[in-house]
Structures are given as C-alpha cells and as structure tokens.
Design a protein around this ligand. Structure first.
Ligand SMILES: Nc1ncnc2c1ncn2[C@@H]1O[C@H](COP(=O)(O)OP(=O)(O)OP(=O)(O)O)[C@@H](O)[C@H]1O
Length: 307
C-alpha cells in the first residue's frame, strides 16, 4: 500500500456501555498528509473512538472506515494501520529487540526492519536491555517502533508524548511531521496541549462523546488578537470601537488592565496607524495568537457546550 493516501472516516459513531454513552453520534474525517490532534477532557471518549477505528471495540451504531473500509475488512490491516494504546504492554523480561522480534514474526516482517526501527526511534543503544528497566519515554519509543513495523500508511497514537522530556517531544514532533509529509494519516491524542500546538495541522475536539469542533487548527484558532499598552487606553478604545474595520464591522475591544487593551478584528499595523492618527501614545503592541489551550478551554467548558 506504499504511497496510498487513506483518510479515516468516522460516521455517526455511537458506543454505549450499559447506561454510559462513551461516544455519541460522532462524525469527523482525518485527512492524510497532515497531523491531526484528537482532543477532549478526561473521559471524553477519545480512546473508545480510536479503539473502534482499529476494530478493538465494536460500535453500538455508526461506522469507522480507513480508506473506505472498516478495519476488519482491510486486506492487511497491520500493514495499513499502526496503533499505540498502552505504553506498558511489554513483557518485562524481554529486551526491546525481543519485543520487536515477536511482533515482526506475527506480521511477517524481515529482521532488517527491526534494526532500522531501533535506529529510527533512538533505541539502538538500549536494544538489548530488558524493558523492565525502561523509562516511560523509552516505552513510548518502543511502542512507536512496534506500530511502525509494517510501515503503515495510517497511525493512531493515544498520548504518544506522555513521559517524553522536551528533547524527546521535539524528536517526536520531527518524526510525526516527517511521517505526515510522506502522505501518511496521523491521528494523535494528548492532554499536553502546549506540546500539540507546535505539531498539529488539524484538530478534532470532543466532549462527553460528542463532537465540539473539527478542522484546520489555523481556521479554528481565528486571526490573532492585538495586545496594546497605552496610557491613553480609554481614548484609544473609544477610537477603535468607532472605526469600522475592513469588513465594515468595528473591532471588538476588551480592557485587560488599566492601560491595556486586547483588540480583535483589526491587525497590528491598523491599530498602530489609528493611534498615530489620533495622537494617542502606544507603549507596547503585541500580536497574540490563540493558544490551543485557550481554544480547548473555550470549546469544552459547560458554557461553550450549551451554546
Ligand atoms: N470498557 C468500558 N466499560 C464501561 N465504560 C467504559 C469502558 N471504556 C470506556 N468507558 C467509559 O466511556 C467514557 C469514555 O472513556 P474513554 O477512555 O474513551 O475517554 P478518553 O477521552 O480516552 O479519556 P482519557 O483522556 O481519560 O483517557 C468514560 O466515561 C469511561 O468510563
């Protein structure tokens, strides 16, 4: 399947466990060639959804397909989809190489692939050590190596950054970026939103099993705000709200301190020009991008969810 671009399609997926509805009527698409972040508070249904996509859990209703087919109907599922769910699923007495040998034998992959992956995942030196002494970061690397054995076109990783130090995170970002650039489909869940921000192109946000938002991160984040410090903040706020921006609507101005304003709907040069035209003093002007964390909190609080 080398070179295939396979989207994941989740359509009206529902999973009930007795009285608990873990996932409810959930639909979204994960595109190939980009890294998609799967976000949601604890218990939102991320793992259940990923398990349904990989055929480990059967849906109560709805479908999940990869390249148009359910996981169970893919011709060679383990060569098409690599998934990581549990960072601790190793035999403690096995070395990293033993662990990969077992999985390589099951999938019919050559031994050369093991050495290649131990190198790629930065585990060459630890290859012959028993996994019982592995740090969480090393376990994450070994899990990823296991998922990559079949050179899959689709990767589903549940919290792959857990336990990685900043250097490990930066390495993981580079690796996932490269895999996506090769046209693979990469879906990762994470709690550490600041780590994801520098990595994801698209996001899918769920809450209590339901979709809250999905799409390119840059679109969901919206245009940046402008943070301005001015001893003439009051006069500047009045001038800004009286000035229609490009689209004809006035910018929204928020007071964030006695001499600080946050301006939405007008870019930094326009704010500066307007202040200069009115003879108002500006001490500081900063463009402020929405963080993934801000968007996440905005989308997953009760107030947002009941809109
Ligand atoms: N096998 C199961 N039996 C009963 N309830 C379950 C089962 N698996 C998950 N649940 C419930 O379904 C809901 C969603 O759980 P899930 O693990 O999918 O969420 P999550 O978003 O991955 O959470 P976390 O970020 O905490 O891992 C939770 O209320 C959980 O308790």
């Amino acid at each position: 399947m080398t070179g295939d671009r396979l989207a994941i399609e989740v359509s009206r997926l529902t999973k009930r466990y007795g009285d608990v509805t873990a996932v409810r009527d959930l639909s979204f698409t994960v595109e190939p060639g980009v890294v998609t972040g799967f976000l949601g508070p604890n218990g939102a249904g991320k793992t259940t959804t990923m398990r349904m996509v990989t055929g480990l859990v059967s849906p109560t209703s709805g479908t999940a397909t990869i390249g148009g087919r359910p996981y169970g109907r893919l011709p060679r599922p383990s060569r098409t989809v690599g998934a990581v769910f549990d960072a601790n699923a190793f035999h403690p007495g096995h070395t990293a190489r033993d662990h990969l040998r077992v999985y390589a034998a099951m999938g019919g992959y050559p031994d050369g692939r093991i050495t290649e992956l131990l190198d790629l995942l930065g585990l060459a030196e630890a290859a012959d050590r028993r996994t019982r002494g592995f740090s969480t970061g090393m376990r994450q690397r070994l899990n990823l190596a296991t998922a990559l054995l079949g050179d899959p076109r689709v990767l589903l990783l549940d919290e792959p950054g857990n336990g990685l130090d900043p250097e490990g995170m930066s390495w993981l970002r580079g690796l996932l970026r490269r895999l996506a650039d090769e046209g693979r489909t990469v879906l990762i869940s994470s709690h550490v939103l600041s780590d994801l921000q520098q990595l994801v192109d698209d996001v899918v946000v769920i809450r209590r099993g339901e979709l809250v938002a999905a799409g390119p991160w840059s679109r969901l984040a919206g245009p940046p705000a402008v943070l301005i410090t001015s001893p003439d903040a009051g006069a500047l706020a009045a001038a800004l709200t009286a000035s229609p921006a490009n689209g004809g609507t006035a910018p929204v101005v928020e007071a964030v301190g006695p001499d600080r304003l946050r301006v939405h709907g007008l870019d930094a040069p326009s704010v500066a020009d307007l202040a200069a035209a009115r003879g108002l003093r500006v001490h500081e002007l900063v463009t402020e991008n929405t963080s993934l964390e801000q968007l996440f909190l905005h989308l997953t609080t009760d107030k947002a969810a009941t809109r």
